[in-house]
Design a protein around this ligand. Structure first.
Ligand code: GUN
Ligand code: FE
Length: 455
């Protein structure tokens, strides 16, 4: 019974429901050799002292210092790894122009594996340092460079879900950046899936291939159909963009006389393992379809502010039982931090809401009951992401993976404003969510392995 591979002692925060955060105060977290949480023992448990006495002086015992707290590692449900090279630029352009004048040119450079290696090593490192333990990545159309991204995730210990991007439609892609043809788009994807599956099976944390039609405009009907079949054949995750901007949404309407959701469904691309990004222009039938098929939404609040001038109604989608997680959408979103994106998710939802005071008449400016709390944004960044990917991640709970970030609130150079001697843990949690900077992230662990340390 007392044969754990590690024991941590400290206070952790985890979502118990989308709206509620559970506080595990001074608990013992007992981790097994596979990097899973085997037991969580509270001080009220009669066995607490015996476990503590057994592990206290061992090397595999980790006691958090005063002012340090455990959060689950973040799950970034939508991130374009190659776009790290242009993060923070050109955000004044609309989506179509941004893709054609900035993004496709930079992504085309990933034919060069040296360039790819430099960018991919940095982006994986940066995300880990920002507390992101699992990331659902778009790479580029290049098979070799996409495999390289999966290898870098494997080496650095991040749980990477990686897609070789498919863009085979000559009408909507530039000559210099496109799959050679539909057949090679599909055979390259299949070879990519086989290579990354083999690689992922050798990792402790798991690295997975993802079927990735970039978005409907960039793909032919044959490619979309073939990709749906490959996802079934290899039981992979699927990712794409969906109903993102007025231009893109209108394009799909013209081509198929339906919304993106139903078009993706018709090609077999909506499954329990699908994640679609943005979804600014969903109607209720689309939302019902997502709930029925188990398709998850990657909410990208920073990016949506720029490319869609829009806020998705998270509270409404949750009420329709749609799974939702949080995405940085680097570089449509400029920040690699899901803390930043969680903050923006709350701010954007407040701007969507109507009525400053429930006792006053509606201002008719927005949608009633749209606001989400910081607890819900935390849920999106952690447990919601785990559920979206159907993986046991994103919660501090028995049988879940030990994917955590240790937050230091007392760092001299980035101290949180904690002045009262006995500030409530509820308040400390909110201060962490609103005020933490990357410097406060002391250590990051994935599947029981330390993958980042600030020291
Ligand atoms: N739609 C198609 N490609 C992209 C992309 O790279 N970023 C965003 N935000 N939307 C897209
Ligand atoms: Fe995107």
């Amino acid at each position: 019974m007392l044969n754990y591979s590690m024991v941590f002692q400290g206070t952790a925060f985890t979502s118990s429901t989308p709206k509620e955060v559970k506080i595990l105060k001074d608990n013992l977290f007992c981790i097994n050799g596979e990097g899973l949480i085997e037991r969580i023992v509270s001080p009220a448990n009669p066995e607490y002292q015996a476990i503590l006495d057994t592990y206290l002086h061992k090397e595999n015992f980790h006691r958090l210092e005063e002012g340090q707290y455990i959060l689950p590692g973040f799950v970034d449900l939508h991130v374009h790894a190659p776009q790290w090279a242009q993060a923070g630029t050109a955000l004044d352009l609309p989506l179509y122009d941004w893709l054609n004048s900035y993004t496709f040119p930079i992504e085309s450079k990933f034919a060069d594996l040296n360039f790819a290696k430099n960018v991919y090593e940095e982006v994986v490192h940066t995300l880990l340092a920002n507390g992101t333990t699992t990331a659902l990545y778009f790479a580029t159309v290049h098979k070799e460079a996409s495999i390289l991204l999966a290898e870098i995730c494997a080496q650095k210990g991040q749980r990477g879900l990686v897609g070789k991007v498919v863009m085979d439609n000559p009408d909507q892609t530039p000559n210099y950046y496109r799959d050679v043809n539909t057949l090679t788009a599909l055979t390259d994807t299949e070879e990519f899936i086989i290579a990354v599956k083999e690689l992922g099976e050798k990792t402790k944390q798991g690295v997975y291939p993802v079927v990735t039609p970039r978005f409907i405009p960039s793909c032919t009907n044959e490619a979309l159909k073939g990709l749906g079949e490959l996802a079934v054949k290899y039981d992979t995750h699927i990712q794409s963009h969906c109903s993102e901007s007025d231009w893109e949404h209108g394009y799909v309407q013209d081509r198929f006389q339906k919304n993106d959701a139903y078009a993706l469904r018709d090609f077999g691309l909506l499954t329990e393992k699908s994640v679609v990004a943005h979804c600014n222009f969903l109607d209720d039938a689309d939302a019902d379809l997502f709930a029925q098929t188990g398709t998850a939404v990657a909410h990208c609040p920073v990016s949506n502010a720029y490319f869609a001038n829009s806020v998705i109604p998270i509270a409404h989608l949750h009420s329709k039982k749609v799974e939702i997680g949080l995405g940085s959408d680097i570089s449509g979103g400029f920040s690699p931090s899901l803390f930043d994106n969680a903050r923006q998710a709350v701010i954007s939802s407040r701007m969507l809401e109507d009525g400053v005071d429930k006792n006053l008449p509606s201002t008719k400016r927005g949608v009633p009951n749209s606001r989400i709390t910081i607890n819900e944004a935390f849920y999106l960044a952690t447990a919601g992401g785990g559920e979206s990917l159907s993986l046991p991640i994103g919660r501090i709970q028995e049988k879940y993976t030990w994917d955590i970030q240790i937050i230091d609130t007392k760092l001299p150079t980035a101290k949180l404003p904690l002045f009262e001697e006995k500030e409530s843990l509820e308040d400390i949690f909110q201060k962490i969510m609103y005020l933490v900077r990357p410097e406060n992230i002391q250590e990051v662990w994935v599947q029981g392995e330390k993958v980042h340390s600030r020291k």
